[in-house]
Design a binder for this molecule. Structure first.
Ligand code: NOJ
Length: 574
């Protein structure tokens, strides 16, 4: 059997560096039993769409599953009541084993969501912890006396959604800490018993054969030992070389203003040095099994802080997302600056992970496009994501350019929706059912889904796009399958190019000793000329987002259409 370049590389390198990941939000992917909620059997039935081994399928290599463990769903699965059981609405452990086997048969790896900063308040550990002050598990969570004779919480910490991070427990007359909802009490990571219990959870899934974990909010596990008050926002020190105000989206700024009373510098309840110790311990657990991986959801504005979670000796997380990339405006300079900062901050040997969309943010296509440029911009984003140096994560539906759904208030489910922030509709808009076809409920379910289907399904669905050779889906497929055979994309160096590139374009080189690729992206709504005078040879255009562009030989200057992106192979570039 002849191996493609990716298979050859996987023989010698870590599979997760060359993989394309796909995030599934299980509640919304595919419902097999018509209860309106997606499930594991539904996912199995759609695995061939993701990768059946041929270029007719999407071709992804790994799936990150948002949680499907037992949960009362105050935060839709991110409040776990039993780490080692599948919530009955999604299936059983047996179904999980079937899913794992079905995925592995197709060479798809499986990554689970490790949500262990907090549990559900219904987890037996918390139930026991709150039962009395003398409970054996009292110290598994963070309990403190209040100030002012119990009338005020122990300190000024706010949770990450809205309000105080402390809730009063009437029975035992103490406050407990929750960095999110009061139904999500924080585990006490200073307690060695907690660390051992979670290591046991990790081993449970590794033994079953899962290939890795995404670590939910890993930067907030450990808290200041003295529980000092956080300083208010206005005394915030200016972060040196920090992101410019202009990089933030307009809406994000409005949100910040509206949430002003909530803002404080989270000096004492995140990024504590002890967390690195926990992650080094996790890494030892992962490394006891062959070829496992991890990716951190680490939130910080400055790239150095995020980069510190790779560990001083690459002994913490295998990969980390860089979320500042999601805040870039639609400007070549914004993306370029952001990526260069991140590249500079990465320690030697550290491997990045990239994404533009997930279950917490407005879908990228809706952040970046307006009517008329959706198609070209969605393709340009796909080209950027899949040609950067790092592991790309596609969010379900992104491959068909699914948009953020504008849902009526009555349909909203997310606890942080309209309830607290007047202009913010929460995260439901990016979690609507996958749009498989134009049948009832978009082919997702035979029953009314838990969130309404996006009304644009008639125009945007996978079945229709399969048939259209110029669709977003077919662009993704071509690019993903092409990538598997391009060593420079899989393992090459990244260098941005300035000379001959107008300000409104972002061009970069990906290269190995054998191959040089140039990616040219036009972020403007006008034609732009790229004049790479140093290029003294070429083999030609490999793929363009512009359906009218012919493949084959090209010469410079190269004129890019508005929002066009190209992947060009050079036989030599000085
Ligand atoms: C981050 C997750 O991505 C988000 O969905 C969740 O609400 C919080 N962590 C709490 O677990």
């Amino acid at each position: 059997m002849i191996m493609n370049r990716k298979e050859q590389l996987n023989e010698v390198t870590d599979w997760w560096k060359t993989a394309v990941f796909y995030q599934i939000y299980p509640r919304s992917f595919m419902d097999s039993n018509n209860d309106g909620i997606g499930d594991l059997a539904g996912i199995i039935s759609r695995l061939d769409y993701l990768n059946d081994g041929t270029a007719g399928s999407l071709g992804i290599d790994a799936i990150w599953f948002s949680p499907f463990f037992t949960s009362p769903d105050y935060d839709y699965g991110y409040d776990i009541a039993d780490y080692c059981a599948i919530d009955p609405r999604y299936g059983t452990l047996e179904d999980f084993d079937k899913l794992l086997e079905a995925a592995h048969t197709r060479n798809i790896k499986v990554m689970l969501d490790l949500v262990v900063n907090h549990t559900s308040h219904l987890h037996s550990w918390f139930q026991e912890s709150r039962s009395s002050r003398d409970s054996q598990k009292r110290d598994w969570y963070i309990w403190r006396d209040g100030r002012a004779f119990g009338k005020k919480p122990p300190n000024n910490w706010r949770n990450n959604f809205f309000g105080s991070a402390w809730s009063w427990d009437k029975k035992t007359e103490q406050y407990y800490l929750h960095s999110f909802l009061k139904e999500q009490p924080d585990l006490n990571w200073s307690n060695p018993e907690v660390r051992e219990a979670i290591a046991g959870v990790i081993r449970f899934w590794l033994e079953r054969g899962v290939d890795g974990f995404r670590l939910d909010v890993a930067h907030i596990y450990c808290k200041d030992k003295k529980f000092r008050n956080n300083p208010p926002f206005f005394v915030r020190e200016k972060i040196k070389d920090g992101p410019r105000f202009g990089d933030r989206t307009f809406m994000a700024n409005i949100m910040k203003l509206l949430a002003l009373p909530e803002l404080q510098i989270r000096k004492y309840n995140q990024h504590q040095p002890e967390t690195h110790e926990v992650l080094r311990q996790f890494r030892l657990v992962f490394d006891a099994y062959p070829a496992r991986t991890s990716v951190g959801e680490i939130i910080a504005e400055d790239p150095q802080t995020i980069a510190s979670y790779y560990g001083t000796n690459n002994d913490e997380l295998h990969m980390n997302f860089y979320f500042e990339l999601l805040n870039c405006q639609w400007k070549a300079a914004a993306f370029k600056r952001c990526l260069e900062r991140w590249e500079r901050a990465l320690p030697a040997g550290a491997w990045p992970a990239y994404t533009f969309s997930n279950h917490d943010v407005v879908r990228a296509i809706s952040r970046y496009t307006s009517s008329g440029n959706e198609d070209s911009r969605a393709k340009l984003l796909a080209l950027l994501l899949l040609t950067l140096k790092g592991t790309p994560f596609i969010y379900y539906g992104e491959e068909i350019a699914m948009k953020e759904a504008k849902l009526p208030k009555v349909s909203l489910k997310d606890p942080i929706g309209v309830k607290w922030y007047p202009l913010y509709r929460g995260r439901d808009g990016c979690r609507t059912p996958m749009q498989w076809d134009n049948s009832l409920h978009a082919g997702f379910s035979g029953a009314a889904p838990w969130l309404p289907v996006n009304p644009d399904t008639e125009k945007c669905n996978a079945a229709a796009q399969e048939k259209d050779s110029h669709s977003q889906l077919n662009f993704f497929k071509r690019l993903i399958w092409l990538r598997k055979d391009l060593p420079a994309l899989l393992e090459g160096k990244f260098t941005s190019i300035n000379e001959g590139v107008p300000d409104s374009c972002f061009c970069y080189l990906r290269e190995t000793d054998q191959q040089k690729l140039i990616i040219c992206l036009n972020f403007s709504s006008h034609r732009q000329e790229i004049n790479l005078t140093r290029a003294n040879g070429y083999s030609g255009m490999l793929i363009s987002t512009n359906p009218g562009r012919e493949s084959g030989s090209i010469t410079f200057p190269l004129t890019l259409e508005p929002d066009e992106g190209c992947l060009v192979e050079f036989s030599s570039v000085k």
